[in-house]
Design a protein around this ligand. Structure first.
Ligand code: PEP
Length: 255
């Protein structure tokens, strides 16, 4: 990570885990570990835990995120939650286009783009996930896939809004599998994403934008991944559910 221009963002993606009492307990355990963090610390919790989390982090440097939002402001969209509803709760971040949403819930680059515009308009800080399938990497089209996702997901976004958007490079084959990209693979992909952003929004926006790595990042491999100049933090699933492990990753991003 280039610390002169960017601050690492370490975000936990709790996925569909934790009841409200469990969420409170985990945040209480993370608090002392995040106290002196030299990076931005975010916990992206299930919708049912948002209010609990917002209250639990008051007075700390921990920020709360959701894991999705709808693109319409309101209306007949049963089961959905709008960006304004999140803001009203005190939520600051929202994950968009996670591969599990793309894989299991029909999320497309078009809907990610619409959700991104709604999130930015509401004042949320989006974390937009992009990444290739194993098959796509093996076929040698990782760059094409990342380029296409960036062009479509960020279509029509202003340079100012792009600066506020966090990009999470998440190779799908590394998510929840225990199979991490090597630090060099993560660097190569994050750098490529930054180059695509430069070609669309200009070099200054690309230098400022946060590009995280996500995919089985843990207490052991975080330091090496985060040592790479274009890896500006992490989106962490499994390891974010264990306070000591999440604390180690925060520490690795703070040096
Ligand atoms: C994720 O959910 O975004 C993720 C990277 O999960 P894990 O760390 O468990 O691979």
């Amino acid at each position: 990570m280039n610390k002169n221009v960017r601050k690492a963002v370490i975000a936990g993606n709790w996925k569909m885990n934790k009841t409200r009492p469990e969420a409170k307990e985990l945040i209480e355990a993370i608090k002392p570990l995040a106290e002196n963090a030299g990076c931005e610390v975010v916990v992206c919790v299930p919708f049912t835990n948002l209010e609990t989390a917002v209250n639990a982090v008051k007075g700390t440097n921990i920020h709360v995120g959701a894991q999705n939002c709808h693109f319409e402001k309101s209306g007949a969209f049963t089961g959905e939650i709008s960006a304004d509803m999140l803001v009203e709760l005190g939520v600051e971040y929202v994950i968009l286009g996670h591969s599990e949403r793309r894989q299991y819930f029909g999320e497309t680059d078009e809907t990610v783009n619409k959700r991104l515009k709604a999130a930015l308009a509401a004042g949320l800080k989006p974390i937009v996930c992009v990444g290739e399938l194993l098959w796509e990497r093996e076929c040698g089209i990782t760059e094409e896939v990342l380029g296409k996702q960036c062009k479509l997901d960020f279509f029509g976004i202003s340079p100012e809004d792009m600066r506020k958007t966090v990009i999470a490079y998440e190779p799908v084959w590394a998510i929840g599998t225990g199979r991490t990209a090597t630090a060099d693979q993560a660097q190569e992909a994050c750098k490529y994403i930054r180059d695509v952003i430069a070609s669309i929004f200009g070099a200054d926006v690309a230098e400022a934008v946060t590009v995280q790595y996500g995919g089985s990042m843990n207490a052991k491999n975080a330091a090496e991944l985060l040592s790479k100049v274009d890896v500006d933090g992490g989106l962490i699933g499994g390891a974010s559910l264990k306070a000591p492990d999440f604390g180690e990753i925060i520490k690795a991003a703070s040096v």
